[in-house]
Every structure is written in C-alpha cells, then in structure tokens.
Design a protein around this ligand. Structure first.
Ligand code: ADP
Length: 467
C-alpha cells in the first residue's frame, strides 16, 4: 500500500530507484571485476606455460631448469602456495622427471589432450577436494611441427574468490548504509520542497467565504508551486468578485423591494387614518396597484436572472419569424414613442426564422426600444432594423439619445446598474441584464456601440434557421 503523504511517496520512490541503480551498478561492477580477475589469471597461466614450454623439459635440459616459484612470481606478482605444474607426453602420460609432487592430483581431461594434439591450449576450472577450485591450463609444446610434450600449469582461484567475496561484503555493507543516508536526505529534501505546499494548505484553510480578499503567498520563483499559488490566487480573485457580485445583487434586490413596500405601507396607513371619499380610496388603490405591479415586474426580472445564472433559462423551441416579432413590438411601443414625442421607425426584410421563446424575445426587444425612447427624449428618433449576416440574424436598435461613455459600456449590462443621470428615470437597472441573459439563452449576443454625438446602437445577434 502506498503511503498517503507525497513526502513519504517521494522518498520511497527515490530510495527504490536508488536501490535498483546501485544493485545494477554493483552487479555490473561485480561482473567486470570477476571477468578481469579470471582474465588476468588465464593470462598469467599462459605466460607461465609458455616459459616452461620454452625452457623446461627438453631432452637436452632435463628437469625444470627454472625456479618455478620465480616464474609464478614474475607473472602473478607472487608465488601462490597452491601452484601446480607438470609435463605430460603427447598421450597425456605424466613425465615423472618434471613436475611437482602435488601436481599428481591434476586431472588430464581427454578434451584437453585432444585440443593439445591439435596444437590448442585448454583452460579448465576443477575441484581437487581443496577449499578452493583450481584453474588449469593444458598447453601443447610443438617441436618440428609435431606435439612434443604437454605442459600443465594450474593455480588456485583462492585469491580471486576472496577478492570477489570482499567486494560483495563491502557492497552488502555499503548499500544499506548508503540507502539509509540517501533516504534520510530525500526525506529532508522532500520536506523542504513541500514546505510551501503546507503553507498554502494552511492559508487555504484560513480563507473562507469571509476572507476571500486574502491571497496565498507567491515566492516569485516562477516554479511549479509559485505557478500553483498564482493560479489559486486568480481563482480566489474570481470567487471574490463573484461573491461580491452576489452580495451586491442581494443588497440591491432587497433595497428595490423595500422601497415599494415602504411606499405601500405609508399609503395604506394614511388611507386608514381617516374616512375618505370613494374617489380618494380609488386613487390610493390605483397607486398601490402601480407599486404592486412594479414589484411583480421586479421579482419577475429577478427570477429570470436567477434562472439564467443557474443555467436553466431555456431557449424554447418555437420557430419564430423575427421580422414579425420586431413589427409587433414596434407597433405596441409606437404609443409610448408618441407619448414621448419620439419618432419610431421599423425596417425589416422578408421573414427571418429563429428558434426561441416569443415571450422572452419580445421582452428583450421591448427593453431595448423602451430604453431608446426613454433616453432619446422628446424630438429624438429610435430606429429598429433587422438584417441577415450569413447564418445569423442581426437586430439593431438605434437612438439619438446621449450615448453611453466607453467606460460604462460593459457595466450597463450588470444587474441594478444605472448611470447617475439615469436614476431619475425610475428604472431599476435590470432591463439590459435581462436582455443579455435572454440573448445568451438563445445562443446569441447583445452588444452596444455608442458615440456621444450619435446616440447608442444596441445590436442583437441570433442564430438563424434556414428551411
Ligand atoms: P434601467 O433603464 O431600468 O435603468 P437598464 O438595464 O435598461 O436599466 O439600463 C441600465 C443603464 O444603461 C441605464 O441606467 C442607462 O444609464 C444606460 N442605458 C441603457 N439604455 C440606454 C440608451 N439607449 N441610451 C443611453 N443610456 C442607456
């Protein structure tokens, strides 16, 4: 089972990798060492055999002329106690004149004699019942083109085996020690590297909905953790903005609901204080009905925005003729335009089909046209036009009003936003945000273009249906 902390996991991985690496390196080292030691022994045996073949055992020079200890010393650097040498005749029989007593034990393998008869040397490793195996070289001495004798030399493999064992012992001792040190080092390094994560966790725990203005510490190192802190800070900033917006929205909504309720209450209290004529009651009730209607409109708008925020404001599936809808809204608002002495013109082409909700789209268009009339003022003009832009339909509502300053062009789409000079118009500031929410629900967009001299133009783009 994997440990649950990253620190422990990192250390475990690190130590495991190091173990594998050290084992591989140790294995390779052991292999190279064994090979070179064996190679060295074989080389030395060849050297000794060659010297003995040249100088010893000839008929003119019976007996070993050289001090074999000396020869061994020359090639091995020392004279091993367990050294073997002897001469054999071409058939592999021992020549009693040459050879050490203890060499009697050396075996003569048929393969070695066979190889010797073909002029080839043979290396063999044999057990002679001694504590360590013996390496033997059977070496042919060729004179006058025929096999004259066979030299056999051997040496115990004790020193090689001891060196190899010493190497294994050192490895076995150093490996756990090295791994222990590396593990402790890895553990400390992981702790150091993950310290910022601990700090981040602490800070993130501290930051609740009430402390969204707090930020995680950025080190400026531009490493992975710094980038993570920056990303989280970006997320916190967005959350902070969203929370503030929700708070503002709630405060504004309560305020907007409170105002008509206070007016209602005041009017009702005044009406009840003394007896009134039926006309006066009627007047009071009418005024109250206006306030109630205003509240219904407000609550209705809030509900629509809430549904849009929740992503459940559907587009509807009615196939609508946008041209007809524009005409209907225009005709309905002509009365309002006339009342404000505003000239309202409508320009549409042939039918433009869109999929949508007729009630919502009428509301969107009405909001734009009503604003145009409201802000143009007497003598102004409002024009509605519909055109096709490829596979999209574009509705433009232009007016000759005061226009919208550049810095407010995005803000006007925020719920409850009203420019300071628009507050006297008694709007609540939901019209444009509702219009944009409806456009978005229809997979369309609503933007504004404006210049102070030429008024404002709102452009609604909707995807068109072709049949
Ligand atoms: P309301 O009209 O109820 O105040 P809206 O959401 O419709 O709310 O508009 C928000 C703000 O956008 C308005 O207060 C006004 O400042 C600005 N605005 C909207 N339409 C126009 C327009 N046609 N010309 C100038 N300003 C406008």
């Amino acid at each position: 089972m994997m440990p649950s902390s990253i620190r422990a996991r990192l250390t475990l991985w690190y130590v495991s990798l190091l173990t594998v690496t050290l084992l591989l390196l140790g294995g390779a080292g052991y292999g190279v060492l064994s090979y070179s030691l064996s190679h060295q022994v074989d080389q030395a045996l060849s050297g000794v055999a060659r010297v003995l073949a040249e100088h010893g055992g000839s008929d003119q020079n019976p007996g070993f002329p050289l001090d074999v200890d000396e020869v061994f010393r020359r090639f091995f650097g020392f004279s091993p106690w367990e050294r073997y040498f002897r001469m054999l005749d071409p058939l592999g029989r021992r020549d009693p004149r040459h050879g050490a007593e203890r060499s009697e034990k050396l075996p003569v393998s048929p393969i070695a004699i066979e190889n010797a008869s073909r002029g080839l040397p043979t290396f063999e490793t044999v057990e002679l019942g001694e504590p360590h195996p013996v390496r033997i070289l059977t070496f042919p001495v060729v004179q006058g083109g025929r096999l004259a004798r066979v030299v056999q030399v051997g040496t115990s493999l004790q020193s090689i085996i001891e060196t190899r064992n010493r190497f294994l012992l050192i490895m076995a001792g150093l490996l756990p020690l090295g791994l222990l040190l590396a593990g402790a080092g890895g553990w400390m390094l992981a702790r150091r590297a993950l310290l910022p994560v601990d700090r981040m966790t602490e800070a993130a725990n501290r930051i609740g909905a009430e402390h969204l203005a707090e930020r995680l510490e950025e080190t400026g190192a531009d490493d992975e953790l710094d980038r993570l802190a920056r990303t989280l800070n970006g997320m916190l900033a967005r959350l902070d903005a969203a929370f503030s917006q929700v708070r503002r929205f709630t405060a504004n909504a309560s305020h907007e609901l409170q105002t008509p309720l206070t007016i209602l209450k005041g009017e009702l209290e005044v009406a009840l204080r003394s007896r009134r004529s039926p006309e006066e009651y009627r007047e009071t009730l009418q005024s109250e009905l206006d306030e109630v209607n205003r509240m219904i409109q407000l609550v209705d708008g809030l509900l629509l925005l809430a549904r849009s925020e929740a992503g459940v404001l559907g587009r509807g599936s009615q196939l609508l003729d946008l041209a007809e809808l524009v005409h209907q809204v225009g005709s309905r608002l002509k009365v309002l335009a006339d009342a404000h002495s505003v000239e309202l013109t409508i320009e549409t082409l042939e039918p433009v089909l869109v999929l949508g909700d007729a009630e919502h789209l009428s509301r969107l268009l009405s909001n734009l046209v009503e604003n145009g009339i409201k802000y143009s003022g007497p003598g102004g003009r409002v024009a509605i036009s519909l055109e096709r832009l490829g596979d999209r339909a574009s509705v433009r509502v232009s007016d000759t009003g005061p226009g919208i300053p550049e810095e407010l062009r995005e803000q006007i789409f925020q719920p409850f936003f009203r420019s300071p000079d628009a507050i006297s118009h008694r709007g609540v500031g939901l019209g444009l945000s509702i219009a944009r929410a409806i456009a978005a629900a229809h997979e369309g967009s609503l933007e504004v273009e404006s210049s102070p001299e030429q008024g404002s133009t709102f452009r609604l783009i909707l995807p068109m249906r072709r049949f």
